[in-house]
Design a protein around this ligand. Structure first.
Ligand code: ADP
Ligand code: MG
Length: 318
């Protein structure tokens, strides 16, 4: 759906921000770009909707070069959410959301219905909020409007550049849940920039880790947790977390055997420290993948692995 072929970006001052990138993002995928500051994430993202021109190579969307699209058509069909809230301050919430649908000449009724539908989707009562100005909303609510504005004209692709990084941890969690729900319901192709590995592991179908304008590893959260290609990836995944692998804690269940009764079920991408918290309340935890139980983690086994790990000089937290 979105394909980068040998894409490079050299800024006029000589900075090589992206170096010969080859990458394919699938339709309907929640795709994460992650990496340290300055690794080229924003540059990569902005080349997709031509906010930044490529120096070399090609970007294709649905088999057509982005340079062959009408630029307005391209931008209207790609939603874009920024880190900073960027609502127009003098317009109402409804008017802010309606910008692209109006550019696309939707009828008044269709626009109004869409605005209400989107406000409801993120838990803002349309009656109460549609006529307010952005300054009459909290930061978290404004950012929520920023997200639905990007969805307003039903674009196939949504680009998000660290959209939650300015939010407090609680709003952030709520947002992450909203995004997963939106993705599940609407099946958009989402390209999402973050520098937070926990967020990436939670949201991503696949993750692309960048460093110095190059890809270090592309893979599923599970692959990042179980098969980091080098120490850089390992450190990136391991920061804020145990560097114990969840797989080390799991006892596989025989195929066909179901979920344990009365226990917690987690997925393979659950951070280890979260797993340990659950083990404080549950003797055993079921691990699922794609709706099937694949193993159990018992408190006893986890204690064994942890104590071995500590004996060998591992550190539990960073
Ligand atoms: P990230 O989003 O991962 O932090 P960026 O894509 O913003 O990284 O930047 C990648 C590199 O390109 C950095 O070294 C940055 O300083 C440089 N850069 C970004 N924008 C410009 C610009 N307009 N002119 C010159 N250099 C830039
Ligand atoms: Mg950036």
């Amino acid at each position: 759906m979105i394909r980068f072929e040998q894409v490079s970006k050299k800024y006029p001052n000589g900075t090589f921000a992206v170096k010969s990138l080859d990458l394919e993002i699938k339709k309907g995928e929640f795709f994460i770009l992650i990496g340290p500051s300055g690794s080229g994430k924003t540059t990569t993202l902005k080349m997709i909707n031509r906010l930044i021109d490529l120096s070399k190579g090609w970007v294709w969307i649905n088999g057509k070069k982005i340079s062959d699209y009408d630029i307005n058509e391209l931008r209207w069909n790609i939603g874009y959410v920024l880190q900073q809230i960027a609502l127009f301050p003098h317009m109402t919430i409804a008017e802010n959301i309606a910008v692209v649908p109006e550019l696309k000449n939707w009828s008044k009724e269709k626009v109004a219905a869409r605005v209400d539908e989107l406000l409801k989707m993120v838990g803002l009562d349309p009656k109460e909020y549609r006529n307010r100005k952005p300054s009459e909303l909290s930061g978290g609510q404004q950012q929520r409007v920023g997200v639905i504005r990007a969805l307003a004209a039903d674009p196939e692709i949504i680009l998000m550049d660290e959209p939650f990084s300015a939010l407090d941890p609680f709003s952030r969690e709520k947002f992450q849940a909203d995004m997963l729900e939106i993705q599940r319901k609407l099946k958009k192709t989402i390209v999402f920039v973050t520098h937070d590995m926990q967020e990436a592991l939670k949201l991503g179908d696949r993750i692309c880790l960048m460093k110095d304008g190059e890809i270090v590893q592309v893979g599923t959260p599970h692959e990042f947790l179980t098969n980091p290609v080098n120490d850089f990836v390992r450190e990136f995944v391991g920061s804020r977390k145990l560097s114990i692998n969840l797989n080390e804690l799991i006892t596989p269940v025989p195929v066909g055997e179901g979920f344990l009764p009365d226990t917690k079920t987690i997925s393979l991408s659950t951070p280890v420290d979260e797993v340990l918290e659950h083990l404080a309340s549950f003797e055993q935890i079921t691990v699922e993948e794609n709706g099937k139980a694949i193993g159990n983690i018992s408190r006893q086994n986890a204690m064994k692995v942890m104590s071995r790990y500590l004996r060998e000089g591992g550190q539990i937290h960073e």
